[in-house]
Write a protein that binds this ligand. Structure first.
Ligand SMILES: *Cc1c(COP(=O)(O)O)cnc(C)c1O
Length: 225
């Protein structure tokens, strides 16, 4: 299957699950995840209508993003774990950092940012010990901390669902992120509109649980090698 066919299938599947959830497909932002994908193929995805791209490693992004600077109206999101010593590069390369999961990382972004930067708080909703993300019980303290920083624009929350995908556990994990968002909105009297959850294997459950942003790699670009 070529990229155009894969994208057509993806759009169809998004429509089907939006219909089940009584949601509008226009309310689901697709971040095309370009880790390991060469610049030529990222351009192909751009021509097929994608303009938000997600990378998971700062080093790889430093090599690829400058090669695609001629593309208009493109946004880059960092979706992978960010080490504090790479923040100085990340704030220059990315329009959004989706993986803020500690006080120390938030403080480092505050210190290095060149103006305001959009961020999401990554929550470990599946409680798998090897996963990144702040534990659910600490998420509200991190929200409060970030709201006191000048340069971090908190847009919402992000999570990576459990592996392997299993309907009940996966949906519980996504529902938990939605509940954390709802509670944070009540506690702080603010709106946090972005719920970044769902990847190739589990975006259908994420849509059913209220995701507004799905991060899709393989369903667009094919398997990674
Ligand atoms: C790789 C990755 C994705 C996309 O995964 P696919 O299964 O290829 O859709 C989404 N989110 C994060 C954090 C990733 O690292």
């Amino acid at each position: 299957m070529n990229m155009e066919e894969r994208v057509k299938r993806l759009r169809e599947k998004i429509s089907v699950f939006c219909e089940k959830a009584h949601r509008n497909p226009d309310d689901i932002i697709v971040v095309a995840v370009t880790k390991t994908v060469r610049p030529e193929r990222i351009e192909e995805a751009y021509r097929l209508g994608f303009n938000i791209f997600g990378e998971n490693k700062v080093q790889e992004a430093r090599e690829k993003i400058p090669q695609l600077s001629h593309l208009k109206n493109v946004k880059w999101h960092l979706i992978g774990h960010l080490q504090r010593n790479k923040v100085k590069y990340a704030v220059k390369l990315f329009d959004m950092i989706q993986s803020v999961d500690s006080f120390a990382l938030a403080d480092e972004i505050e210190k290095r940012a060149i103006g305001k930067i959009d961020i999401l708080i990554e929550v470990n909703t599946s409680k798998e010990p090897q996963k990144h993300g702040i534990p659910p019980s600490e998420a509200f303290n991190l929200v409060e901390h970030i709201l006191n920083l000048d340069n971090l624009n908190l847009k919402g929350f992000m999570t990576v669902g459990p592996y392997p995908v299993e309907e009940k556990k996966t949906r519980e994990s996504f529902a938990l992120l939605r509940e954390i968002r709802d509670k944070a909105e009540t506690l702080f009297g603010l709106k946090f509109p972005v719920l970044s959850m769902g990847m190739t294997e589990d975006f259908k459950y994420a849509i059913l649980e209220g995701s507004t942003m799905i991060r899709i790699g393989r369903a667009i670009f094919g398997e990674r090698y």
